[in-house]
Design a protein around this ligand. Structure first.
Ligand code: DX5
Ligand code: ZN
Length: 551
């Protein structure tokens, strides 16, 4: 049995936070260097994050550990994102990113394979010196074959690009790997549909990509490459396949995370001006997650509601567990959640409105929730600490919730490092469809500020009466997980309802960025850069006239 030196069974919200940190680090490096590839660094961020922070057996303190899994980054121009991932994983100090592409720095435009001899010019954790595209998959076949011959139980993960798939060598390698039955090889295609000078389908049509790889006898899995839960699910499935290699076609968006870069070819290899960095960092910190609450609307058919939320592009499923004692209502318990678990890989956010949560916590751990939140009113510090330990040791994100009339207990502040989410209820718990209680806003402001000042790095979750009219208030305070019951399941078109909530969050973000740009004295410059994002919102942002003046 191979023991993994560093437990990387990262919790869902921690994983999200780390990947956010990777994007923030990469963009700071690129902006400071004045060159680099934000597009690919961002389209592959979740892929590299899921591998380094959750899936791979590796040890940053021992990069040459012989039983490690290998990651071969064949689309090496994604170097800034790759370096940032290695740094956040602990291979070298994060602030070294400021030396990106500097003369004498080991963080050059394309990574150099780690070697003790070239200590100052190579990067710990880098298995392959990339740059010229199309070669990494062939190198991976050599590594996979060698490890098979040595009866190793490890895996080789290879990131390739779709522009790179214009290279003939990719297809030579695609032919070779099944011949050698390399089931220890998993290729991940960063299918962002853009290459250096335009859209792949305009330059060299690649579709149907799926059929091509299966015709070459690969096991093929296709996913949304920005959903970490789908990436992890696909990697786990790939590891179970016998006698053939797997390719995961990860549909991604080039530049994902920065709206004016997303899906825009010019950001393939262009750096943003350094003066924009504070705005880009604010945007990256502002990603919000929509979590439909399935008890809302009619009570029947939770399964269909979960499926509809997934089809509607929800980020998380909010599961309100009510025992009829802590709140005057009964919904469902762990057994129901267990049944729903098989329907989707979407993260499950269990909101336990029950008495004695410590007594029941194992049931919800077994039900494979990703986030479990208990109420501060239902447990004392001692019980909460025990609950937390159980959740943390099972890779589950712990949360604590407070009712509208409750202040966050003082003892919570000594557990902040072990808490991933704080729910500040904006209705008295017990039912969906209640009206938002605006009186909680001042408390929400103070509690959020006090948490941040105390070093809390987790998520603020708003729950109760959140809809298109109330969302901006909680968003502006800092809520980044937004529960929506009636606003989603009270509507006939669930997808449209979720999109509308995301739109409202987007408008709130653009408003904040414009205010920030103004304080930085770069408002019109920012508006020019952000033009194609702001024009459709000009009316809601009340900037139509200003735009006319800028155009
Ligand atoms: C209330 C629950 C909420 C509720 C949300 O006790 O915790 O999650 O279901 O539903 P809406 O958004 O309709 O208030
Ligand atoms: Zn809830």
């Amino acid at each position: 049995m191979v023991v993994v030196p560093m437990a990387f069974s990262m919790r869902y919200l921690d994983l999200k936070r780390k990947i956010r940190d990777v994007r923030m680090l990469a963009i700071q490096g690129i902006a400071k260097a004045g060159s680099g590839h934000p597009g690919a660094s961002f389209s592959a961020a979740e892929i590299m994050g899921a591998l380094y922070f959750r899936k791979m057996k590796h040890d940053p303190s021992n990069p040459n550990w012989e039983d490690r899994d290998y990651f071969v980054n064949s689309k090496a121009h994604s170097a800034p994102g790759f370096y940032a991932t290695l740094a956040v994983a602990g291979y070298f100090p994060e602030d070294e990113i400021k030396d990106l592409r500097k003369l004498g720095s080991r963080l050059q435009g394309h990574p150099v394979r780690h070697s003790e001899q070239q200590k100052h010019h190579s990067v710990p954790g880098v298995e392959y010196s990339g740059g010229s595209e199309g070669i990494g998959l062939s190198v991976s076949i050599g590594i996979a074959l060698g490890n098979k011959l040595d009866n190793k139980e490890n895996h080789i993960y290879t990131l390739i690009g779709d522009g790179e798939s214009n290279e003939g060598q990719i297809w030579e390698a695609a032919m070779a790997a099944p011949k050698f039955r390399l089931d220890n090889l998993v290729a991940i295609l960063d299918r962002n549909r853009i290459q250096q000078d335009g859209f792949t389908e305009d330059i060299m049509p690649l579709d149907p990509m799926r059929d091509k790889w299966s015709a070459f006898n690969w096991n093929v899995i296709e996913i949304n490459g920005h959903k970490v839960e789908q990436i992890i699910d696909a990697l786990n499935k790939a590891n179970l396949v016998q006698d053939k290699p797997t390719i995961i076609i990860a549909n991604t968006i080039k530049g994902n995370g920065i709206k004016h870069m997303a899906n825009v070819p010019q950001w393939h290899g262009k750096a943003p001006p350094n003066k924009h960095t504070p705005l880009l960092l604010e945007e990256l910190e502002s990603e919000c997650l929509i979590a439909p609450s399935i008890i809302a609307g009619t009570r029947e058919n939770y399964e269909e509601k979960v499926r509809a939320a997934e089809r509607g592009d929800a980020d998380i499923i909010h599961l309100d567990v009510m025992d009829g004692k802590f709140v005057p209502n009964i919904t469902f318990f762990a057994e129901t959640i267990k049944k729903l678990r098989h329907i989707t890989s979407l993260p499950f956010d269990a909101h336990l409105m029950i008495e004695n949560p410590l007594e029941h916590i194992e049931e919800y751990i077994d039900a494979r929730c990703d986030i479990i939140t208990v109420h501060a009113e239902a447990c004392d510090e001692f019980e909460f600490a025990q609950i937390n330990q159980k959740l943390l040791s099972n890779g589950i994100s712990p949360g604590i919730a407070i009712n509208p009339s409750t202040e966050l207990p003082k003892w919570v502040y000594s557990h902040l490092n072990d808490i991933d989410v704080v729910i500040i209820m904006s209705v008295d718990p017990g039912f969906a469809g209640q009206k938002f209680v605006p009186q909680i806003l001042p408390k929400m402001v103070l509690t959020t500020r006090k948490l941040r000042e105390s070093g809390f790095n987790g998520y603020i979750e708003a729950d109760g009466g959140i809809d298109a009219t109330t969302l901006q208030q909680v968003y502006d305070i800092g809520a980044r997980i937004l529960v929506a019951g009636n606003a989603v399941y009270g509507s006939t078109d669930i997808h449209a309802a979720i999109i509308q909530l995301k739109h409202k969050a987007n408008v709130a973000l653009e408003k904040r960025l414009l205010e920030h740009a103004t304080t930085l004295g770069i408002r019109s410059d920012w508006m020019k850069t952000r033009k194609h994002i702001l024009i459709p919102l000009a009316n809601e942002l009340d900037i139509e006239e200003e735009f006319h003046a800028i155009k």
